[in-house]
Write a protein that binds this ligand. Sequence first.
Ligand SMILES: Cc1cc2nc3c(=O)[nH]c(=O)nc-3n(C[C@H](O)[C@H](O)[C@H](O)COP(=O)(O)OP(=O)(O)OC[C@H]3O[C@@H](n4cnc5c(N)ncnc54)[C@H](O)[C@@H]3O)c2cc1C
Length: 521
Amino acid sequence: MLSLFFPIGKDDNFRMLQRKKVIIVGAGVSGLTAGIYCLDNGFDVAIYEKHAIPGGECTGWYRKGSYIEGCAHWVIGTNPKGDLYPLWEHIGAFDEKTKIYPTESLSDFDVNGKTLSLWGDLSQLEKEFCESFPEDKRQIRRFIKSIKAYSHVKIPTRGPLSQMNPFYLMNFSLKMAPMVPSFLKYKKMSMGEYVQKFKNEDLRNLLLRAMKASYNAHSFLYVMQSLYRKDAGVIEGGSIRMVSNIRDRFLSLGGSLYCNRPVQKVIFDGDKATGILLENGDRIDGDYVIVATDAHHACFDLLADAPGLDHFRKKYEKPIEYPLNIGFTVAFRTSHNVTDFSKMDDFRVEETVIHGVKINHIPVRNYAFDSTYIHDGKTLLTILLDATEESYQEWKKMSKEEYAAAKEDLAEFIKGKIAGYWKIGPEEIETLDVATPLTYERYCNAYHGSYMSFIATKHNKTLMESGKIKGIKNVILSGQWLMFPGGLPIALFTGKHAAYRVCKLERKRFIHNEKRAQKRN
Ligand SMILES: Cc1cc2nc3c(=O)[nH]c(=O)nc-3n(C[C@H](O)[C@H](O)[C@H](O)COP(=O)(O)OP(=O)(O)OC[C@H]3O[C@@H](n4cnc5c(N)ncnc54)[C@H](O)[C@@H]3O)c2cc1C
């Protein structure tokens, strides 16, 4: 009560706390972020991670000396004037000294031998698209208008909206207002329906290569607005460097990180969690538990007895409403000089199914722009292929030998297509690795290998999960699963939200330690 009249300083906050202990399950981006914000606020923090290294799905690995980027193809929040930047900077992911390669276009698309790009520069986009598809001029201009409306989107980076005061909420809503009509319209429209607005079949096809038909159009416009705002890019050194920076920030603040420590479950005394049980049998006591893992694993394993999560469990029974993002990453390196080739080159191929993976276009990421991806003069190329629940099931049933052979078949098919499209010798392309949904399942406990959260479809009802669990006070969920379709920005701000909620439960004021005050938000 006193604090209402006499603002409590940082030191008082620390004294009042008596250093309560927060246990975090999972050292992905969200768990590490929650850890950093809890440390800022005077808690003792220990993170338990099943894998040998932190980062979760935000990762990369080495084969034959070459680094393979496994995640951050592009990170939203790289514009210092944007909402997310102060958070990324605060957790140490990157700052103004970091080299960031801006994502100027979503991709280059081959359209009947001509290259068209989904530029963030909307004048260029309008010019090129109107020239190529004159019959769709009107609709292209509407598309651009919608991207501009979407650029008013706000992200609740200060804390959970339910915890904000009315003035903040009013300001937040006013800033968002210009995008609300578009949001309400496109949230309920699938990409498949959205592209029907365009007359030209090639244009429709291009848009569906950018975002698959089951996604809602809102997801596509959100992505496009981040390019328009120059708020997306690739961090030099990729995911591994980004995560190492975040880990270092966490450790430098005094956090404890235990890798190779899979957690079996959260332990309860009645409706209060008292700590966690590790798979090795060790019990760790704590005052709060933040569960920052895959949501299926959280709901069905770690917190299997929590009835407050039934609404979330039910989502897994409705695969049409809540489909998963499942994919394969195929990595090559090439000795060909690809410096002048597109950074992201998407070309069509005749529809072919390889071991349940349907392929009708190949999106090649060419990492020639960053020397950290070049080893022995050979440049990394990666391809992320969409897959389905059926393909996951097909691969899951394979024997070890069949699995290895299937990976080779997939890589050989793609290699041949890239060589043909780029007109280079197949011998100039060498396979490095194929990461399947089973890879992500094995390393991260990702449900069926899902590499993001549920796909945001026109059927999804929930906008955002709070992370609170009905009936349980001191356990909070964090991570990309709290908001569809997931991704790094959601992992980031839900981590901060989780720390905010811990402070709230302790009845203490949350300290925002970001360098740039979050007045903008
Ligand atoms: C191929 C690929 C490409 C991607 N591309 C992009 C991109 O370009 N841009 C973007 O924004 N996002 C991208 N993503 C998504 C992004 O990686 C995720 O959204 C983000 O990393 C999720 O972070 P998280 O902390 O919420 O969850 P996770 O990364 O899933 O972290 C959970 C952590 O919990 C650990 N864990 C699980 N179970 C236990 C247990 N029982 N005990 C202890 N630890 C446990 C896991 O090992 C993991 O470290 C991509 C993902 C993939 C796989």
